[in-house]
Design a protein around this ligand. Sequence first.
Ligand SMILES: [Zn+2]
Length: 386
Amino acid sequence: MLYEKCRIQVCLFFLCLALLFGIPATASDSNRRYPQTEIPSFWKGSVQEIETAIHEVKRGTTKTIAHSPGGRAVYLVTYGTTIDLNRQANYNSAAAARDPSYYANKPENTPPIVFIVGTPHGQEIEGMVGLVNLLRVAETGSDWRGKAWPRLREYLDRCRALIVPLSNPDGRARCPYDSFVGIPVEEMTRIGQGTRKDGTLYGWPGAKQRHPMKGDVGFLGAYFNDNGVNLMHDDWFDPMAEETKALLRVAREEAPDYLLNLHSHGHAPAILSTAYVPWYCKEAENRFAERLMERYRQAGLPAGRLPTPHEDGKTYPPPSFNLTSALHHVCGGISLLFECPHGLKETKYPQVNHEQILDLELILFEELFVFAIENPRPSAHAIRNE
Ligand SMILES: [Zn+2]
């Protein structure tokens, strides 16, 4: 009884402290082991800044598609008109009917549908900043620096664009940094993949050995939502996370022609190979990456390796069937994964600043919308009428 009373008093003491000093329930600056690099004003990628950007959308429409285990909203922003798909089967059955138009019979001259999934990993802030600036371009023609992107705006307007600026708000809220420019890789790894109770790093790919990430957890990495689920490796036939279900639902309902899943790493920017997708996806992925990397080189930005089309699982262990693969299999669209450099303070990695990271992201989006217009998916309508 005495123990119970003491415990209540201790709890009340800490509650008062928290109220007095406004200690947040999620990430705090005290979780940083390195000082945060100075953040330029165009670098908007916190949960609050992303919410503000979404609430400022006027040319597009916004809707909440899920709530995270931490009670945070996941939003979808849409530009362009709704397209009547004349659906009479799900994608899988339509493919079995040997004609995807039974799933999505798009009328002639329908604008391509492009779905961009904002970073499922909460410490990979570069894609979030890129999307907040993409919303700004969609709304005003210029990014938050005031730099005009007429080609990006023109091609975005010619597509139906579906944008989820933040797919894992729990993970982002747990990340105490707003940028990893100038931060060592070890610190990014601690924040992203988390630690065991003894403080050792899970690292990559160690953070995938335990899933959901529960039990031996010291700091729950920003990879995960508040239930410890890494959206990249959910159970596709019975998803654990509402966020994953919502992303799959958007893809299933909208039938995007192109999908882009945003990530970040230390290395040069790259489009990674999506496993377990048909050859037309692998071939388009390679062609898109080639164009994108050429564009980066012309802009004086770092450019990474190309994904080479290849057969999956010829060696063991096989590649994972991840979110990028799963998104293809509900809609048949070309599902791509982009990795942006963080600008980590490591000599082995390309050194990029905030300006360059934003350019990498916006050039990526511009190239994607242009590619979608210039490389329309085979017209399912035409196939049915052959
Ligand atoms: Zn990632």
